[in-house]
Design a protein around this ligand. Sequence first.
Ligand code: SF4
Length: 281
Amino acid sequence: MEKKLIYLCAINNIESGICPEDCSFCTQSTKHKANITRYSKKSIQAVVQEAKIAKKNKAVGYCLVTAGARMDDEKVEYISKIAREIKKTIDINLIACNGMATYEQLKQIKKAGVDSYNHNLESSRSYYQNICTTHSWEERFQTCLYIKKAGLNLCTGGIFGMGEDIKDRDELIQNIKELEPKSTAINFFHPNDALPIPKNSLSIDEAFGIIKTIKDSLKKGTKIMVAGGREYMFKDKQYQIFDYGANSIVIGDYLTTLGTTVSKELSTIEKLGFDISQDCH
Ligand code: SF4
């Protein structure tokens, strides 16, 4: 029997925690005063070096994440410079995740070498007012449409366990389906004392059910990534996500929380009988 292929993606928080928005799930909002490391743009050299490490760690995707609600000219320039440098020497699916963006900005970074753009809807349209008041869900959805129009591969998803009910979850899954993304990022809320959302509201079984529903709802071939909150949500059952339809995970650390050690992750995946994909197709 053919082994199931697992796709690994590394994320790099290239600008961290300097965001004036009020997203209630996010430690990078300055409003919540979470105890995290905050810094402005990393050097291009460091980001390229970290891309080489990601490739060595078998990541097929490398995601450049900046804090903040939107792209601006400075970020377009910064991401474009990084993209050009990385693409000179490293064969990797380059993903940008820099918030809401215009069609023109997305075209520019694509031209510089970015392959994909991650922009999560975060929640359903109906629930969004409960988790963010400083920008609109509609603007997020529109960005996803621009991403596709600009010819970038769309990765979109959301966060589960923020107190939403089943109706909200179904609505979000329907919204993701409408966008027909190339891949989806399923995140599970990771609580932090500084955040207004007190706890993750899901049971493990509900979380597994969400992965299965998403897998069954999206087009065949869509990559199903379980991203942030995997270890927190599933603990010693975390690799069972692959039985429920996930085929992609984040390798290494997350934006502001630590992930599983890379060597341990790689050996566990192989020990469980999965193959790690060598490319993103
Ligand atoms: S806009 Fe992004 S970085 Fe800023 S608080 Fe919201 S999720 Fe966090």
